[in-house]
Design a protein. Structure first.
Length: 290
C-alpha cells in the first residue's frame, strides 16, 4: 500500500484538490445570501468520497480493462440502462429528464457514460488503429456513440450530445484517421446536422444556438445569462471583489452561480489573480503525462 501511494502523481492530485477548493469556496460564497449551505455540505461529502474512491481504484490493475473487453462492455450497457431509466424514473426539471433524485442527492448517468465511452473507444481503436482505412471500423465505433447520443438527445439534452460526439471525433483524430475518411465523415455529419436542424430541433434549442452565435442580440431575453456572466467576470478586476462580496453573485443577477456560471462567480470574487491560479491548476491537470 505504501509503495502504491508513493507511485501516485501527487502533483496531479494537488491540482485536482486545488480545483475542488475553488469550487467549494465559490459554492460557499454563493450560499451566503440565501443562508442555504446544503449544496456546500453535499459538495464536501462528494469531494471526500471521490478522494477515497481514487485511493481505492489506484490499487486496481488497469490492465484488466485493456485485456478484458467484456468488463468495459458491461459498464457500457449498464450506463445505457441508466439512460433508459431516466425516461421512466427521473423527475422533469426545466423540461429535461437528466437526473435521478435520491433524497437530497441527485445522479446524472451522462457523466459516467462519457468516461466509459472514452475507455471503450480507446480500447476499440488501440486494436484497429492500423485498419482505420476501413470505413466499417469508423461506422461501428459510431454505433457505440450513437446509442447514448440518441437517448440523451431525447431527454432532451443537446449540449451533452455535442460533447459525446466531440469525444468520438477527438479520439478518431488522435487514432490517425486518414483524410479521405475524415472528409466522408464530415460530409455525413453536415448532412445529419442539417436534417437535425430542420426536423428535430425545437424552436427554443435553435434560439439558444443563435444566442451563442450573436450574444449581443436580445440582451434582456435569451442572452441575459451570457451578458451577466461577462459583467461578473469584468467586475472582478485584478484582485476581485472578495469572497462573499461579488455583487452579481450575491444579489442574484448571475444565474446558476453554483453550476453553469461558477467560473464567472469565481472571477468576480477572486479577480484575475484567482482565475490565473485556476487556469494553472487546469494546465497541470491537462499536461500531466502520468
Amino acid at each position: 500500500m505504501t509503495l502504491t501511494l508513493k507511485k501516485m502523481d501527487w502533483v496531479l492530485i494537488g491540482a485536482s484538490l486545488m480545483l475542488c477548493v475553488f469550487g467549494l469556496v465559490s459554492i460557499y460564497s454563493s450560499s451566503i445570501l440565501s443562508n442555504d449551505y446544503s449544496n456546500f455540505y453535499k459538495q464536501i461529502f462528494f469531494v471526500v468520497l471521490g478522494f477515497l474512491l481514487m485511493i481505492a481504484i489506484s490499487f486496481y490493475d488497469n490492465r484488466n480493462l485493456r485485456e478484458n473487453p467484456f468488463l468495459l462492455l458491461s459498464f457500457y450497457f449498464l450506463c445505457i440502462i441508466f439512460l433508459l431509466g431516466l425516461f421512466f424514473f427521473a423527475p422533469e426539471i426545466r423540461g429535461i429528464k437528466s437526473w435521478y433524485k435520491i433524497g437530497i442527492f441527485s445522479f446524472d448517468p451522462i457523466e459516467p457514460m462519457k468516461i466509459v465511452l472514452i475507455l471503450l473507444l480507446a480500447k476499440y481503436f488501440s486494436k484497429r488503429h492500423i485498419e482505420l482505412y476501413n470505413l466499417k471500423h469508423i461506422i461501428f465505433s459510431g454505433i457505440y456513440v450513437a446509442i447514448p447520443a440518441i437517448l440523451i438527445f431525447l431527454q432532451p439534452e443537446f449540449g451533452s450530445v455535442i460533447i459525446i460526439l466531440s469525444i468520438w471525433i477527438g479520439i478518431l483524430l488522435i487514432s490517425g484517421i486518414r483524410m479521405r475518411e475524415f472528409i466522408i465523415l464530415s460530409l455525413i455529419f453536415i448532412i445529419l446536422l442539417g436534417l437535425t436542424w430542420t426536423f428535430l430541433l425545437k424552436d427554443y434549442q435553435k434560439t439558444r444556438i443563435f444566442s451563442f452565435i450573436a450574444p449581443h442580440e436580445d440582451p434582456l431575453g435569451e442572452n441575459w445569462s451570457q451578458n451577466q456572466a461577462k459583467i461578473s467576470i469584468g467586475s472582478g478586476g485584478i484582485l476581485g471583489q472578495g469572497i462573499g462580496h461579488g455583487s452579481q453573485t450575491q444579489y442574484g443577477f448571475l444565474p446558476e452561480s453554483q453550476t453553469d456560471f461558477v467560473f464567472s462567480s469565481i472571477a468576480e470574487e477572486t479577480g484575475f489573480v484567482g482565475i490565473s491560479f485556476l487556469f494553472f491548476a487546469f494546465f497541470i491537470l491537462f499536461c500531466s503525462r502520468n
